[in-house]
Design a protein around this ligand. Structure first.
Ligand code: UD1
Length: 363
């Protein structure tokens, strides 16, 4: 029994850290491919170090490309490794170009494809991630779903039965696992940044829909400036995609918006947990903020995690300044963490299911 996992982007390292540890505990050998989609130290190696992930056996070094070129290069390179390694099961995570390319390479070689974080939908086809997740789900043999809603999403597309396994959310596992480290890190970071607990916001922006349209990016950055002026400072760890656009367009946020380099997992959780509120377009952060009981303002019109909205932790506001300001003003105090994300043993359930069923009948 041999598992080969494909990772490439920041959120995948977090999920893989939990599942890798669980596979090891279950005695299932794993070989990891890093596609190289994220390559800066703060976007990649830092996560491996902090989360105790072993160095990947392969790094494909694909880097940044257009969607088609990036996906194609990963597909081609993963296929070569799969032909050499001949794993029983290929494990992919989430919804990035690395996910789709890994799943497609494996499916075409008739290997068992296992998808962690299956069944999520934003129902917005213009998002590259939506295309990636729908296609990946449809070529997967084992679909590890985090929530009851994800089961329902798959059922509507005709995917149901024993292949769909409800595990809970691996990112919830991760928050529980590393929780003891957050408080000390929080004290250090808040001191360095000169902000006080519950008296600052955290912002992250990286979705193409927000960074690539100048008017949208300007509106969001203007809102951050207003929040900093009227409510509380905004700490903004800047994704390289956003940084590039800000430089190109010569956009400068107002005073009180503290722009910092991308930060690691522990730092981000520490910062989130102490915040008054979070402004983000990240899927992962919406959940993580909710796990910490921190209100979220989502800079999108839809979410893959409606449970956070229904549970009262999250408000969808798009990029409209008036809506952003209203939601930021309302982001005060703690919110009750949402239910339905499992018991913190998602990774263990994934590992034991792969151990029992990862060989499949089509390998
Ligand atoms: C990707 C995923 C997205 C995920 C996000 C997590 C896709 C389609 N998108 O988006 O689902 O939420 O990762 O962060 O797969 N760059 C660097 N250094 C790096 C990585 C990227 O400078 O280490 C810059 C490059 O200019 C690159 C841009 O960021 O063109 C975007 O990177 P890319 O991996 O294409 O997409 P993300 O926006 O990171």
């Amino acid at each position: 029994m041999k598992v080969l996992s494909v990772v490439g982007a920041r959120p995948q390292f977090i999920k893989a850290a939990m599942v890798s540890a669980a596979l090891k505990e279950a005695g299932v050998p794993e070989t990891m491919i890093h596609t190289g989609q994220h390559y800066d130290y703060e976007m990649s190696a830092l996560f491996f170090e902090q989360l105790g992930l072993a160095d990947p056996a392969y790094n494909l070094g694909v880097g940044s490309e257009s969607h088609g070129a990036q996906t194609a290069r990963i597909l081609e390179a993963v296929e070569r490794v799969l032909l050499d390694e001949r794993p029983d099961c290929v494990l992919v995570y989430g919804d990035t170009n690395s996910t789709l390319a890994g799943a497609l390479a494996a499916a075409k070689l008739h290997m068992v494809v296992a998808h962690v974080e299956a069944g999520l939908r934003s129902y917005k086809k213009a998002m590259p991630e939506e295309i990636n997740r729908v296609l990946t789900d449809h070529v997967s043999d084992l679909l590890f779903v985090p929530t009851a809603l994800a089961v329902e999403n798959l059922r509507r597309e005709g995917i149901e039965g024993a292949n769909v396994v409800v595990t809970g959310d691996v990112m919830y596992d991760c928050v529980l696992r590393f929780q003891p480290l957050f408080q000390r890190e929080r004290d250090r970071m808040l001191g360095d940044l000169g902000v006080r607990e519950r008296e600052y916001f955290v912002a992250t922006i990286h979705r193409a829909e927000n960074t690539d349209d100048p008017a949208t990016l300007r509106a969001i950055v203007a809102s951050l400036g207003r929040i900093a002026a009227e409510l509380a400072p905004v700490v903004w760890p800047i994704h390289p995609r956003a940084r590039k656009k800000l430089t190109e367009l010569a956009i400068r946020p107002g005073e009180g918006v503290l722009m910092i380099a991308p930060i690691g997992y522990i730092e981000m959780q520490a910062l989130l947990a102490g915040a008054r509120g979070v402004l983000t377009d990240s899927g992962g952060l919406q959940k993580e903020a909710a796990f910490h009981g921190v209100p979220t303002v989502t800079l999108r019109e839809e979410t893959e995690w409606p449970e956070t909205v229904e549970g009262g932790c999250n408000v969808l506001v798009g990029s409209d300044e008036i809506r952003i300001m209203a939601a930021a003003r309302g982001a005060k105090g703690r919110v009750a963490p949402p239910q339905g994300f499992g018991r913190g043993d998602a990774a263990r359930l994934i590992a034991t299911t792969i151990q029992q069923r990862g060989r499949g009948s089509n390998g």
